[in-house]
Structure formats: structure tokens, C-alpha cells
Ligand binder design. Structure first.
Ligand code: UDX
Length: 460
């Protein structure tokens, strides 16, 4: 993928991710791609996190708008979302007016996170193009679409699900909000949130999905038969797709503090493909018992490991484990994940199967041990293990715990033997397909280019 400007235009696009790391990353990356096509792009982040400030990421300007709910921990998900919508609506309208005069480049389009479908109303009110960006997989979107259309009940009445565009989905393959709501009342608000992504699906001018055609051909075709959608993924920094753009190696905006311990130096000291990289993303919280089983499972596997245990999770580690594993293991609170996955010493990724982590591993050809926790992750795990066959999925025991023996078994299966070889071959195949989609003229690149061209023409 070469850096290119297809037009020197004044069209100005605002990109508005939902303020969570897994949403900011792909939408910041999308902003960079749009800028590389000649559009002027401003990304708007609503966040109270102190690490965020106004900044410039290459040619993308980032505007950080403070959104702080003092009693955040105490209010319900619904109240939080109401306050969020009210703040974004007011501040975004003000920002558009301000940028229209101060930047000299009037805004012509709002690209909004599909979790904020009501932004389309703001776009309509201001006479702007409205484009919805789906950050999760097309397969998961398809499940939510069926619920939105009243074609699937929660919990499902008949199992397994046999959608024409999907493999057979058992209950444990479904997004967690769809599996059942009895034990987790807060899931009902979250389910509403993910299903309402489709409330502007038919009206939005563009629908982008962070996937690529070859990866989810059937789900993409099925959803595209409802209305035109544009797969534009994998939205990862282009350096990792073609090794060319040194200045596009990071997403660029982290809500988490970089870890002081040098992951790269530590990885440099290890043999090729000998390290298990372990991370459960930005939100998942594991129980203490589960953390202990993972710890002892890593030890039993006898592999070197680099484990991201976020600060909020660190008290759950078995006492003395970090010290006890020094040499063999490194535990950090946050890693430069892309650099880690691209490092030659990493042989497998034990992952919670967040969609970004999944796309990153897939695009870098890293085999996975899939250990999904919640939200879309069970469905991603199903695809990792059974559809793309780029990893194995752990099985929990009757208490819902993945035991140390199971952790060891899965790591060995991916790192050693015939199955491991087959998984590595598949991982390489998908890595190449991801690169082809993102490359100049590839299916995802073409979709981005078409959008940039249309925005530019409409703004003239
Ligand atoms: C959840 C959902 O599972 C995901 O599908 C959704 O779209 C966002 O919310 P999350 O826990 O954020 O996922 O994980 P993931 O989607 O994998 O995103 C995490 C991002 O943080 C990745 O881009 C990853 O590279 C980055 N990360 C994570 C780091 O840079 N360092 C770390 O130590 C851990």
C-alpha cells in the first residue's frame, strides 16, 4: 500500500468513535486512510481520560472533548448513555459550527461509530453526509441485525442457530448479550445498544464494516443483500500490512499508560516463535480463580510468556507468581500490542478474541488460543477455531473455569505438532489475504477510495 493522494481537495470529514480503546483504534486508523486519500480529517474523541488531548496524528487532527460523569460508577448504563448522547449532540453541533469558520474547510461528512446511530440525525440536521462505521465483525452484526428485525429472540427459542450466512452457532458461540439475560440484568441495556446500531442502517449514506470481503464472504454478502455495505478492514496501521510506511506503525491514541518495562527488549532475548503472548483486551475482568489457572497453565506449558495484566487486574495474580516466573515470563500492565504480535519471538497469542486483537493477529499471521470472555468474543472465537482455523478454542469446565491443564493443552496444540503446523499454514494464508484486501486496489482500499471520491465530489 503506497501513500497516495488521489485528490487535493478541501473536503473535511469528522470521524467520531465511541470512546473505548477498541473503537478509537480502528476509527483513528480509518481517519488516517481517508487523509491518505486527500481528505481533510478531524477525529473527535469524547473522553474524560487525562491521557487524551488535542493532537495531530500525521495529517489527522484530533480534537478531545471532555466528557465526564462524576458518578459514572453509580449510574445505570441507560442513564450514562442518555447523558452521553445529550453531550455529544450539543458539543458536536457546536464543533461543526466552529470548524466551519475556524478551519477554513467546512465539514461535509460525519463518520460515526455505529454504537452512536443518533449522530445521523445531527448530520441530517446540518445537511451533511452521514456514514456509519461498524467496528465489530460482519458475522456478529448479522446476529444483531436478525434481532433488530424481530427474526431472532433473546435468548433464542431454537438452538443451534442455522443462519444461511453463518456456520452452525451453538449457544456458546453467540455474543454474550444474546446468550440470555437472566443472570446479568445490565446486559439488557447493552443488548439494546448493540441492536440499535441498526436503527439507522437503511438511512445512513454509507455503511463501513471493519472486515474484509474474503474473510467473511458469506456474512458480507448476506448483509449487503439488505443494503450496500463497505468492508474497509483490516483497520490496522499500514506498516504491519506492507512494512512500508514507517510513520504508520501505531494507532496513535492510547487511553492506557504505556508500560515502562521494555517488552521488545525482552522479546529480543527469546528464540523465534517461542513466546506465548497473553492479553484479554481493554475491558474484560477475569475472576481470581481463573487468573490462577491461567498462571499455572502457562507455567505447565513450559513456554516463555508475555502477559498483559491491566493495573485494575493485577491484584488477582497468584501471590509471588510474577517473581517466581521471572526469566521465563514477563508481566506488564499494557503492551505495544502490534509490535509484540509482529515480533519474531511470538509463536502464539492467547486472546480474549476482541475484534481488533483478532484482526491484528490474523493480519500478522499469529496463531491464536481463543479464550473469549464476553460481548462479541464468543462468535469471533468460533470463527478463529472452526472457520478460518487459525487457532484452537479453550473449553471451560462445568464451573465455567478454564483449568490449567486445558490452558497447557491448548498452548501445546498451537505451538507444537501437526495441528500447530496446519494452524500456522492457515495463519499465513489469512495474513496474505488481509494484506491483499488493504493493498492499493484491493477490495477494502477500493471502498475507501470510492467514498473519498464521492465526498470530494459532493463537497464541490
Ligand atoms: C471489545 C470487543 O470485544 C471488541 O470486539 C470491540 O469492538 C471493542 O470492545 P477490547 O477488549 O477493547 O474489545 O479488545 P480489542 O477489540 O481487541 O481491542 C483492544 C485494542 O487495544 C487492540 O487494538 C490492541 O492492539 C490494543 N491493546 C490491547 C494494546 O495496544 N495493548 C495492550 O496491552 C492490550
Amino acid at each position: 500500500m503506497k501513500k497516495q493522494k488521489i485528490m487535493s481537495d478541501q473536503s473535511h470529514v469528522l470521524v467520531i468513535p465511541y470512546p473505548a480503546q477498541g473503537h478509537i483504534n480502528p476509527m483513528i486508523q480509518f481517519s488516517k486512510r481517508l487523509a491518505s486519500k486527500g481528505l481533510r480529517v478531524t477525529a473527535v474523541i469524547f473522553s474524560s481520560q487525562a491521557l487524551l488531548e488535542h493532537t495531530q496524528l500525521g495529517s489527522v487532527e484530533v480534537v478531545a472533548i471532555d466528557f465526564h460523569i462524576y458518578e459514572a460508577a453509580k449510574i445505570s448504563v441507560d442513564d450514562y448513555l442518555k447523558q452521553f448522547q445529550a453531550t455529544v449532540t450539543r458539543k458536536l453541533t457546536e464543533l461543526v459550527a466552529e470548524l466551519n469558520t475556524s478551519s477554513g474547510f467546512p465539514i461535509s461528512c460525519l463518520v460515526y461509530d455505529s454504537l452512536m446511530p443518533w449522530v445521523l440525525e445531527i448530520a441530517r440536521h446540518l445537511g451533511l453526509i452521514g456514514a456509519s462505521f461498524f467496528t465489530q465483525s460482519c458475522a456478529v452484526d448479522t446476529v444483531y441485525y436478525h434481532i433488530h428485525e424481530g427474526q431472532l429472540k433473546v435468548p433464542p427459542e431454537k438452538l443451534p442457530l442455522t443462519f444461511s450466512s453463518q456456520p452452525v452457532l451453538e449457544i456458546t458461540d453467540l455474543p454474550s448479550f444474546v446468550q440470555g439475560l437472566e443472570s446479568k440484568p445490565e446486559y439488557s441495556s447493552l443488548l439494546n445498544m448493540v441492536v440499535s446500531q441498526f436503527s439507522t442502517f437503511m438511512e445512513a449514506d454509507w455503511i463501513f464494516v471493519n472486515t474484509f470481503e474474503a474473510l467473511e464472504e458469506e456474512a458480507v454478502n448476506w448483509l449487503a443483500s439488505r443494503r450496500s455495505i463497505r468492508p474497509i478492514g483490516p483497520m490496522i496501521p499500514s506498516f504491519y500490512l506492507d512494512k512500508q510506511l514507517e510513520d504508520d506503525k501505531e494507532y496513535g491514541l492510547s487511553l492506557f499508560k504505556p508500560n515502562p518495562d521494555g517488552c521488545n527488549e525482552w522479546l529480543d532475548s527469546k528464540d523465534t516463535a517461542s513466546v506465548v503472548y497473553v492479553s484479554f483486551g481493554t475491558l474484560a475482568a477475569l475472576g481470581e480463580e481463573q487468573m490462577a489457572e491461567i498462571a499455572w497453565g502457562l507455567k505447565r506449558s513450559d513456554c516463555c510468556f508475555l502477559w498483559v495484566v491491566r493495573e485494575s487486574e493485577s491484584t488477582k495474580l497468584p501471590r509471588g507468581f510474577a517473581e517466581d516466573s521471572s526469566g521465563k515470563g514477563l508481566i506488564v500492565t499494557w503492551s505495544p500490542q502490534l509490535e509484540v504480535l509482529a515480533h519474531k519471538s511470538v509463536g502464539c497469542f492467547m486472546t480474549h478474541c476482541g475484534w481488533n486483537s483478532t484482526l491484528e493477529a490474523l493480519s500478522l499471521g499469529v496463531p491464536m488460543v481463543a479464550m473469549p470472555q464476553w460481548t462479541d468474543q464468543p462468535t469471533n472465537a468460533k470463527y478463529i477455531a472452526d472457520v478460518w482455523q487459525v487457532g484452537v478454542r479453550v473449553k471451560a469446565n462445568e464451573k465455567g473455569i478454564v483449568t490449567k491443564e486445558e490452558v497447557e493443552r491448548c498452548i501445546r496444540e498451537v505451538m507444537e505438532g501437526e495441528r500447530g503446523n496446519a494452524i500456522r499454514r492457515n495463519s499465513e494464508k489469512w495474513m496474505k489475504l488481509a494484506q491483499t484486501a488493504a493493498d492499493e486496489g484491493g477490495s477494502s482500499d477500493k471502498n475507501i477510495e470510492e467514498f473519498a471520491t464521492e465526498v470530494a465530489c459532493k463537497s464541490k
